[in-house]
Write a protein that binds this ligand. Structure first.
Ligand SMILES: [Mn+2]
Length: 385
């Protein structure tokens, strides 16, 4: 399938998803959703999708050339106020009920969209929330998307493995983060998927610690949470390593988190309830008396955003499906003492991918761990440096 056809097929699926709900057209404004439906990467763009028939893309003059090049199959409007331009077009075409993405539109932009002055004498459209229609479509990835995600994850694993030689006493968290980020870019990352976390010693107890000037010491556990972005797709991986021979408690906590992580990966199968997957991993940590030391969710979807549907937590419902990439990232955090987190990005699979060569990863089979396809491949054994 040509790239333009992929985006046209996605728009058709989005139309099917909201058609029949009494909505004449949908205004898509969330940047990742606009990119998913049009192929355009822009900080100021929107897509107008009627319930039936071709859609319209709007962006401003800074992106007009890219839009003409990358999105040749969709009508293009070049305007600075993309929401109002497309809503005006909808009204002129008789599409009176307009669904909008309440999760994205600010109050200020909504107010402009609802204002009579925006419509040159016509009545404004009736605005109704669309819901997370496009985010739900984005959950299940096609093999092309999985290939890009696999590339982002391969860069991440490779950069991390290169970094291990630089984890030495006296090095600061900030220095290590910069070395890793540079390595990911050198290996082909277009950007970072998110700000790198390096948490050493007692800082390991803070799940989203910001790298500081603390110097590594022998006896530290060091948690590194990192990811490369490749053609829009975000990798997410965490490893915890020991600097010097670990104390008994460090090894014990590590083995506990590793067991919970393996169980979570094994439970991530098509049809599994996401609350149950969380509970499977969490139950192991709770049984060891550390339930209170694992307060975040087990994982999340990854794709055009680093955190996207499905969010896997103890208070979440929904089912995993074939070709849904997620992270599995349990942790144990001991305030004032330290912590361990182990995280992989993986793809929920009903079976092996049809063309493993195209997916570009050696880690298709996870053996006893279950049928998931692990995209981040660095060892999960405790590395003692
Ligand atoms: Mn994550």
């Amino acid at each position: 399938m040509q790239v333009a056809e992929i985006h046209a097929a996605r728009r058709a699926r989005a139309q099917q998803a909201f058609a029949g709900g009494g909505v004449d057209a949908a205004l898509i404004t969330a940047p990742a959703n606009v990119r998913y439906l049009s192929g355009l990467v822009s900080s100021n763009a929107a897509v107008l999708l009627p319930a039936e028939g071709p859609g319209v893309l709007a962006t401003d003059s800074r992106y007009a050339e890219a839009a003409a090049r990358d999105c040749p199959d969709i009508e293009l409007v070049t305007e600075r106020h993309v929401d109002v331009a497309l809503a005006g077009l909808a009204v002129r075409r008789g599409w009176r009920t307009l669904a909008f993405e309440a999760q994205d539109l600010t109050m200020e932009r909504y107010t402009a969209l609802a204002a009579a002055e925006s419509y040159d004498g016509s009545a404004p459209p009736e605005l109704v929330p669309l819901g997370h229609v496009v985010e739900e479509l984005r959950m299940i990835k096609d093999e092309t998307e999985i290939e890009l995600l696999a590339r982002a994850c391969a860069i991440t694993s490779q950069a991390f493995e290169w970094l291990l030689a630089s984890i030495t006493p006296g090095r600061t968290e900030r220095e290590l983060a910069i070395l890793l980020e540079r390595a990911m870019v050198d290996l082909g990352a277009e950007a970072l998927a998110f700000d790198t976390i390096v948490a050493s010693g007692p800082n390991g107890a803070i799940p989203h610690h910001k790298p500081s000037d603390r110097r590594f010491e022998r006896g530290d556990l060091i948690t590194v949470d990192c990811g490369a972005r490749y053609q829009g797709y975000h990798a997410d991986m965490t490893r915890t390593v020991a600097l010097g021979e670990p104390a008994a408690w460090q090894r014990e906590v590590y083995e506990l988190v590793a067991a919970a992580q393996r169980a979570g990966v094994a439970a991530a199968v098509p049809g599994a309830d996401i609350g149950d997957v969380d509970a499977t991993a969490r139950g192991i940590i709770e049984a060891a008396g550390h339930g209170a030391h694992f307060q975040h969710g087990l994982g999340h979807g990854v794709g055009l955003q680093v955190h996207e549907a499905p969010i896997m937590g103890y208070d979440r419902t929904g089912k995993l499906m074939n070709r849904v990439p997620v992270t599995v990232e349990p942790g144990v955090y001991l305030p004032g003492t330290g912590g361990v987190r182990i995280e992989d990005t993986l793809v929920v699979r009903a079976g092996a991918p049809t063309d493993t060569a195209a997916v570009g990863t050696a880690a298709v089979s996870t053996g006893a761990a279950g049928p998931a396809q692990l995209l981040t491949t660095t060892t999960r054994e405790l590395l003692v440096l």
